[in-house]
Design a protein around this ligand. Structure first.
Ligand SMILES: Nc1ncnc2c1ncn2[C@@H]1O[C@H](COP(=O)(O)OP(=O)(O)O)[C@@H](O)[C@H]1O
Ligand SMILES: O=c1ccn([C@@H]2O[C@H](COP(=O)(O)OP(=O)(O)O)[C@@H](O)[C@H]2O)c(=O)[nH]1
Length: 248
């Protein structure tokens, strides 16, 4: 029996997809094969009645800090990064709609005629109708990240869990891409992440979750079926929460 036959544990989740995840094997841009796979996996969640909000990154196209290092003004670079997330959002919506999954893109930066301007109440109503809501343009402000945007929108949407899909399969004692001896944690408190300076997410994002008691699970999107497994109660990746017993 697959996890499809089990009951969902969460009514509403906020899933953060990094821009790099959309790039797949390509060095830049968006891989349509990856988009289709994500649409399939997200469709499985919608299929069992989970309400799904998505925050999409932009690192596959532009990052403000990298543009700044190359000589551009930082705020201009961050604006470019946020616009990149809108492009990714449009691509994701296209893939979801091709899979017959109703979805809408909202942007923190008004972009009349292209996508809707972010409106919390409208977003919640869409989620309640079973539509996937893609939150783009991050927080709308420079010097923030889409991880912080994911935690912010997760808290605003009163999601039961924020999920960070990334390249590594959880939070480790050190960056596992650099340290082969790093050990994976099953659970961490927010303060442990901060005290141990674990860099899987920026501090603003972790502090937001801590201050609003929003549980967070870090997992590898590459692992097929992990997403569905988590929403039915699987323990993939690492849970960051107030205590291990905290009901997510
Ligand atoms: N303690 C840690 N545990 C897990 N990953 C970590 C840790 N420290 C740094 N990382 C890195 O953080 C990355 C996850 O962040 P992500 O936002 O997906 O990537 P990026 O910041 O490149 O966009 C992982 O790919 C990993 O290399
Ligand atoms: O609230 C935000 C979110 C994002 N960004 C910019 O958008 C870029 C892309 O987002 P991010 O790096 O978080 O994407 P990811 O790493 O998830 O692909 C960032 O580098 C920032 O330049 C920003 O200025 N404000």
């Amino acid at each position: 029996m697959g996890s499809q036959n089990r009951d969902k544990k969460y009514k509403r989740i906020l899933l953060k997809l990094s821009g790099e995840a959309l790039m797949g094997e390509l060095g830049f841009g968006i891989d349509p094969k990856v988009l289709d796979r994500m649409a399939l996996e997200i469709g499985q969640l919608v299929g069992i009645g989970v309400q799904v909000g998505l925050v999409v990154g932009g690192g596959n196209l532009f990052r403000g800090a990298a543009l700044n290092a190359a000589g551009l003004d930082r705020v201009t670079g961050d604006h470019m990064g946020m616009l990149a997330t809108v492009m990714n959002g449009l691509a994701l919506r296209d893939a979801l709609e091709r899979s017959n999954i109703k979805s809408r893109v909202m942007s923190a930066i008004p972009m009349s005629g292209v996508v809707d301007h972010y409106d919390r109440r409208k977003a919640i109503r869409s989620l309640e109708r079973g539509e996937v809501v893609i939150f783009s343009a991050g927080t709308g402000n420079p010097f923030f990240t889409t991880d912080s945007a994911a935690c912010l929108r997760g808290i605003e949407m009163e999601a039961n869990l924020v999920l960070k899909a990334t390249k590594v399969d959880g939070v480790y004692s050190a960056d596992p891409m650099k340290d082969p001896n790093a050990i994976k944690y099953d659970h961490l408190t927010y303060d442990e992440v901060l005290d141990k300076k674990l860099e899987v997410m920026d501090l603003t994002a972790i502090c937001l979750c801590r201050d609003h008691n929003m549980p967070l699970r870090v997992f590898a999107m590459e692992q097929k079926g992990a997403l569905l497994s988590i929403v039915v109660g699987g323990k993939e990746g690492t849970l960051v929460s107030e205590s291990q017993e905290t009901s997510e």
